[in-house]
Design a protein around this ligand. Structure first.
Ligand SMILES: [Zn+2]
Ligand SMILES: [Zn+2]
Length: 272
């Protein structure tokens, strides 16, 4: 259940404040504001000057993401690759590692109750990519343990996106809890979670990307009201995401965003 991650729990400031809710953030500052005094980096990934989107992935041993070919499907990471490319209508190059060789093993992280501050500290220690005037970077950590807020560890939270920091964490123990024996459910839950969190970081559903139709979930901010969309709030929760994946991914829908979410980004890119 829970999932929220993101907005529901309230915006998290990028500075790592102690907002207990965490998750995904809904701060709405993904787009940022640019003024004459703005620093050199891009203010929004949708700025036409940004031509390159770089996703960096690090993992704790034992929490590495599923990779590789699935018979009858293709490469596991094709799900994230195709969905993120679709958000930018193919107008930006999307660099995403698809094998463990392209990701970094950061060593054991003994902490199994990871707060926002813990995650930001891990990012500060291990993140290599940096934004430039033409490149926007996102940083994904795959970790054992659970996301922790003021109420303690959340065994139902699959992932979180931390405000406008571009930092995402995916909680492997929760991903694994969705597995159905003899299926690829957990594998596809993991990819769908990555798409959901990158969607938050990129600014979907009024988190920087303005809505062009009323589909923003005003109760669980920065989520889509359509339960068939990967940005639906409960799709951050283990139980619902597993059901969603069996409906969507396993039946062959490659693009997990619904028409409303795609219309919002197409209004910025011009569409495919
Ligand atoms: Zn979310
Ligand atoms: Zn949607």
């Amino acid at each position: 259940m829970l999932l929220c991650l993101l907005g529901a729990c309230g915006p998290l400031a990028s500075g790592g404040d102690d907002d207990t809710g965490g998750d995904d953030e809904g701060g709405g500052d993904g787009g940022g504001s640019s003024g004459p005094d703005a620093p050199a980096g891009p203010r929004s990934v949708f700025d036409p000057a940004v031509t390159e989107v770089l996703v960096e992935i690090d993992y704790e041993p034992g929490a590495e993401p599923f990779t590789g070919n699935v018979i009858g499907f293709g490469d596991t990471f094709a799900i994230t690759q195709s969905n993120i490319e679709r958000l930018f209508a193919g107008r930006k190059s999307v660099a995403l590692p698809t094998t463990l060789a392209g990701m970094e093993n950061i060593g054991d992280v003994p902490d199994e109750a990871l707060t926002v501050d813990d995650l930001l500290q891990l990012a500060a220690a291990h993140r290599s990519g940096a934004d430039t005037s033409t490149r926007k970077t996102y940083y994904v950590l795959f970790l054992t343990g659970y996301f922790a807020d003021g109420n303690g560890p959340n065994a139902g939270v699959l992932g979180v996106a931390l405000g406008d920091t571009g930092v995402i964490a995916i909680f492997k123990d929760v991903i694994d809890s969705t597995q159905v024996p003899a299926t690829n459910v957990a594998r596809f839950v993991e990819q769908s979670t990555l798409v959901h969190e990158l969607g938050h970081a990129i600014g979907l559903v009024d988190n920087g990307v303005a809505v062009t139709s009323p589909h923003d979930d005003t109760v669980h901010g920065a989520h889509c009201t359509n339960d068939a969309c990967v940005m639906y709030w409960q799709n951050e929760g283990a139980g619902d995401m597993a059901a969603y994946v069996q409906r969507a991914v396993l039946t062959g829908d490659t693009i997990l965003f619904d028409a409303a979410c795609l219309a919002d980004v197409d209004a910025l890119t011009g569409g495919p």
